[in-house]
Design a protein around this ligand. Structure first.
Ligand code: ADP
Ligand code: NA
Length: 312
């Protein structure tokens, strides 16, 4: 399936936000003002996180995104470049602020998040098409859903047309047209996204977790990985083989922010090296497990050498 993608390049198309994380005793109720115990600025957004993870995972990685022409955008670009991500396809939208997420985290661990998409909302389908003009069968195109639906669809369609392998991380869940879905080679979802994609209603009795990947594969006609947090992941290969990948046990999960992104980025990097889906998922599982033991998202992603040391 990916024989020509050995030493392939990973092309991530998606969102970039700056996360402003505020820790509070309790989340404010409407009308209240509360003092934060700490405030930190970190680079985030699912697209940027996955691009950084793919680069840490050893892949030659380029990112397609839209930033504003502001200081926030400059900081995000620097973070990407610091991680070794090629940012030549990261465009600037001078009229829009760079994406911003305000993440309020209570002592209980509960959070409340407000996202201002800003420039991410201006990543248009034509810009995506132009960015993919040189995509080849040696490219793995990785898309998530924090950018406009037409941009997601165009990315998948152009990837398909150019023979690139398309990985869709359907996060957050959005309904996509059949035409775009036909181009997906591998679908990656967490449990709630899997259930949403299968039309299960939240709270209603649904499928057993082992039945999710086969059902998604039948529905979408592609390989599937369902991530299940501390319960690991379930894969359904293109050949119809089901593989259970246990989570790598961690003594203490301190911050699961970005665990899914670490998983997707390392998965893409391993596939780009020519690994099969089961081996790539084992690598991704270790990378994600290492990331939950450290605070933050991008800052918590391990280097490939750390992951390989665990797998050895
Ligand atoms: P998301 O963060 O997108 O909701 P998951 O919660 O399913 O995704 O986590 C993604 C992957 O991260 C899991 O499949 C697993 O490999 C790893 N992971 C997440 N939480 C833990 C944990 N507590 N212990 C070990 N691995 C974890
Ligand atoms: Na983390």
């Amino acid at each position: 399936m990916l024989s020509s993608a050995r030493n392939g390049q990973v092309l991530v198309i998606g969102s970039a936000n700056e996360d402003h994380v505020l820790t509070v005793d309790a989340l404010p109720v409407p009308g209240a003002t509360v003092l934060a115990g700490s405030s930190t600025l970190t680079a985030g957004g699912k697209g940027a996180n996955q691009a950084v993870a793919a680069a840490r995972g050893g892949a030659d990685t380029a990112f397609v995104a839209a930033l504003g022409a502001d200081d926030r955008g400059a900081r995000l670009r620097a973070a990407l470049e610091g991680a070794g991500v090629d940012t030549r396809l990261v465009g600037r939208r001078p009229g829009a602020p760079t994406g911003l997420a305000v993440v309020t985290v209570a002592a209980s661990g509960e959070n409340a998040i407000v996202v201002a998409a800003g420039a991410n909302a201006e990543l248009d389908a034509d810009a995506v098409e132009a960015a993919l003009a040189d995509a080849t069968p040696a490219h793995l195109v990785v898309v998530q859903c924090e950018i406009p639906v037409p941009a997601v669809c165009r990315a998948l369609e152009v990837a398909g047309r150019r023979g690139a392998f398309a990985i869709l991380n359907l996060a957050p869940f959005v309904a996509l047209p059949e035409r775009a879905l036909r181009a997906v080679g591998l679908l990656v979802v967490n449990e709630s996204e899997a259930r949403a994609a299968l039309g299960e209603r939240p709270g209603a009795a649904g499928r057993a977790v082992d039945d999710l990947a086969p059902a998604l594969a039948a529905r979408f006609g592609c390989a599937v990985v369902v991530t299940l947090g501390a319960r690991g992941a379930r894969c359904r290969t293109r050949e119809g083989r089901d593989v259970t990948v246990p989570a790598h046990p961690v003594p203490d999960a301190v911050d699961t922010t970005g665990a899914g992104d670490a998983f997707v980025g390392f998965l893409a990097a391993a596939l780009a090296r020519g690994a099969d889906l089961a081996d790539a998922a084992r690598t991704a599982s270790v990378a994600a497990a290492l990331s939950v033991q450290r605070p933050g998202a991008q800052a918590s992603f391990p280097a490939l050498a750390e992951v390989d040391a665990v797998l050895a």
